[in-house]
Design a protein around this ligand. Structure first.
Ligand code: TXA
Ligand code: MG
Length: 334
């Protein structure tokens, strides 16, 4: 039984086909993108929901499928720096970062250069967010599509980002055309977003590339957040971003009976025996492993139906900055 389109906040119903992402499947998915369709695909960070960045109709249907409350600017995925230069103006800092980290988990916000990206994809801004994904399926899909591809994370608005094809199906089945299944994503956190505009480089969103790597490449420390003015905050400015159904309790050193517990490292909090479910982000306290498992573990603990997920303290260095950023947003509730 299908939901009627009217129950899907304007997203037209479609039979979503999940495909093992071999070359013929990528060709089918690329053809769907060229027709204005919606295709979820793995990147090295999280699964993205792709649409033709040059088509306002396709971008509008993407917003509808995600149930986004309003039009946020989207990340435009391209094949390489030469393609990116068609859509954005790269100053010295942006060039250094692109040459050093692309393809990879870094998004650069630069002045828009005209080009073919539609206004709706940029939410009307004078800047554009660009990324060259490293995942071979993402890279092949963007190449085969023969056009820039916008791709927000492939989840319903406000929900946890997907790191497996099954997460995408749970949120978006019936709303999109294809899911290319490439297994679990390696990094597990969205890309780091750095703005390179008039006022120098700024880290708009901590993510899969640690701050110190960006600062090492630039030879200087960089400011955080949107330094006031016209730029919108990067994602998750909405407090409800990344929210599981359960309440999330941070810096938990004890676990109350019936709570789900999300651990980090070898420390066992008191009360753990009474937990409804227990998962560990990384037994060895490895922040890369913790980033890769974070969203999948939040999905699983949420499915335990516990009312509260108690999360152990996570250090703030390296990828810990981005992990704690996502956890704070999850704890802010919906
Ligand atoms: O890892 C990722 O970045 C994933 C994969 C699929 O590539 N994509 C992703 O997209 O996380 P999304 O839509 O969930 O987050 C993109 C965010 C937007 O919410 C927006 O705040 C920010 O990028 N952004 C895009 N264009 C911007 C601009 N011109 N100025 C400031 N922020 C911008
Ligand atoms: Mg997202």
């Amino acid at each position: 039984v299908q939901d009627s389109p009217s129950t899907r906040d304007g997203a037209a119903f479609r039979d979503t086909v999940r495909l093992v992402a071999d070359e013929p499947a990528i060709a089918r998915a690329a053809a769907a993108l060229a027709r204005g369709g919606l295709v979820a695909f793995p990147t090295e960070t999280v699964y993205g929901l792709g649409a033709d960045a040059t088509s306002p109709q396709a971008v509008a249907s993407l917003y509808a499928a995600k149930g986004r409350p309003r039009f946020n600017p989207l990340i435009v995925h391209v094949t390489d720096l030469a393609q990116a230069r068609r859509h954005g103006v790269f100053d010295a800092a942006a060039t250094v970062l692109a040459e050093r980290f692309w393809p990879g988990p870094l998004t650069l916000v630069v002045p828009a250069a005209g080009g073919a990206v539609c206004d709706l994809a940029r939410a009307g801004l004078a800047s554009v967010a660009l990324r060259v994904p490293a995942h071979p399926i993402a890279a092949r899909l963007v190449e085969a599509a023969g056009r820039p591809v916008v791709a927000p994370s492939a989840n319903l608005s406000g929900r946890i980002s997907p790191t497996q094809a099954s997460h995408v199906m749970n949120d978006l089945s019936g709303r999109i055309d294809f899911v290319l299944d490439g297994g679990a994503t390696a990094i597990g956190l969205e890309s780091s977003i750095v703005a390179c505009l008039e006022d120098g480089p700024r880290l708009l969103r901590p993510g899969g590339l640690a701050r110190h790597e960006i600062e090492d490449a630039l030879g200087t420390s960089i400011a955080s957040g949107s330094a006031g003015g016209a730029q919108p905050l990067a994602p998750g400015a909405l407090a409800s971003h990344y929210a599981p159904r359960a309440h999330v309790r941070l810096d938990a050193r004890t676990v109350a009976p019936g709570e789900a517990a999300l651990l980090f490292g070898p420390i066992r909090p008191s009360g753990l025996d009474g937990a409804a479910a227990v998962l560990n982000l990384s037994e060895t306290a490895d922040l890369h492993e913790a980033a890769a498992t974070l969203f999948a573990h939040l999905h699983r603990l949420d499915q335990s139906r516990a009312a509260v997920i108690a999360v152990a303290p996570i250090p703030e260095w390296g990828l810990g900055e981005a992990i704690n950023d996502r956890l704070k947003r999850a704890a802010a509730g919906r």
